[in-house]
Design a protein around this ligand. Structure first.
Ligand code: PLP
Length: 374
């Protein structure tokens, strides 16, 4: 084995897959600022700003709004591990890969899983949720993915939460791909627990998971009869460091520089305006959709349920999936995503997320794809 090593210098790509997305150079600059202590008063001030900016991004006043020091999957685990107690009935709506992971989380937490399934590429059928809630009036939680990255479907978070609330359930929502890319209103839509990721429409580096818990969710956590199995993700402990009026007691060493990066990403979002960001994603989606359709390609998801930031496109008959993607990567430095799960080999996933969601990138993607197909 060669035992000479040198610095890693990746070539710059245009990332238009399902994430990570292109990181704004301003965010990379923020990441390179000097590391300070995670209990330094300057850092504590920054933490307060990050919490306020996340409240802005989530449209919530929830005091417990903060980033988990690990990727989106850890945000998912934090929500389930804290809210699900053994034998709690939890309804999970699944229409893609990530809903399936939610179901796995319920089982691993000892909950009783009630699974509602819909076809991949179609939204969750609210009537199925209504039936499940009638059949299981003792259900405690309804969980679903707002933006299903595996299919490009947007589930109707507002309607699903409103229905769950009529039955007294807590609502638990995956917003890994939705945050900042599409309308999301945590308080107005009555979402009790939500998690996201930094590497999608926030255009930040991967590795952090913004979460938010409502007062009702915190009450459930505080009333637990059994301790949360995960020490690291136990929100009662994490609250001592991140929570409102917290003692800022040492819990774990926060990923200081990543928090600088998240702060910069959120400042960018705040400067642009949340609604303006949603509109930009929609505008670029229209441009991409028109271009793809004029190339004879068709999108998997119907217009009304389509995510602007994640476009699933059918691979035309006779076209070699891997060959096209590797041509894009090697000749155009452009990454698009392969299909996942049942859609593997059938679709490409084209991301329009955050900083990378702009007219120039859409044109570049369309021209490169046309060249790869010719
Ligand atoms: N949920 C959804 C909808 C996702 O798209 C992803 C990642 O793509 C995750 C959860 C997991 O996030 P991470 O890969 O950051 O752990």
């Amino acid at each position: 084995m060669d035992n000479t090593f040198s610095s890693f210098n990746p070539i710059s790509r245009t990332l238009m897959g399902p994430g990570p997305s292109d990181v704004d150079p301003r965010i990379l600059t923020a990441l390179a600022k000097p590391t300070i202590g995670h209990l330094d008063p300057q850092f504590i001030e920054l933490m307060d700003q990050v919490k306020q900016l996340l409240q802005y991004a989530f449209k919530t006043e929830n005091a417990l709004t903060m980033p988990i020091s690990a990727p989106g999957s850890a945000g998912m685990e934090a929500c389930f591990a804290n809210l699900v107690e053994p034998n709690d009935k939890v309804i999970v709506c699944q229409n893609g890969v990530f809903g399936g992971r939610m179901a796995q989380n319920v089982i691993r937490c000892g909950g009783e899983l009630i699974l509602i399934e819909d076809e991949w590429g179609k939204p969750t059928d609210i009537n199925k949720l209504a039936d499940a809630l009638k059949t299981h009036p003792d259900a405690k939680i309804v969980a679903f993915v707002h933006a299903e990255t595996s299919t490009g479907v947007k589930n109707d978070a507002k309607a699903l939460c409103a229905l769950a609330k009529q039955y007294g359930c807590l609502t638990l929502v995956d917003a890994v791909t939705s945050l900042a890319g599409v309308e999301l209103r945590v308080d107005e839509w009555q979402i009790d627990a939500i998690y996201s990721g930094t590497q999608k429409c926030l255009s930040c580096v991967p590795g952090l998971s913004p979460v938010s818990f409502s007062p009702a969710a915190i009450d459930k956590i505080k009333a637990r009869k059994t301790p949360v199995q995960s020490w690291f993700l136990d929100m009662q402990l994490v609250m001592e460091y991140w929570g409102e009026g917290a003692k800022r007691a040492y819990h774990h060493t926060a990923p200081v520089n990543s928090i600088y990066a998240l702060h910069e990403a959120l400042v960018n979002l705040h400067n642009e305006g949340l609604e303006a960001s949603w509109l930009r994603h929609q505008r670029c989606h229209e441009q991409l959709k028109n271009g793809l359709q004029s190339m004879g390609l068709s999108l998997v998801v119907e217009q009304d349920f389509r995510l602007p930031q994640l476009n699933t496109v059918y691979i035309p008959d006779g076209v070699d999936d891997a060959k096209v993607r590797s041509c894009l990567l090697n000749e155009f430095n452009l990454e698009i995503g392969a299909g996942l799960g049942v859609l593997a080999g059938k679709v490409w996933r084209i991301g329009l997320m955050g900083y990378g969601c702009n007219e120039r990138n859409v044109d570049y993607c369309l021209n490169s794809l046309q060249a790869a197909l010719d």
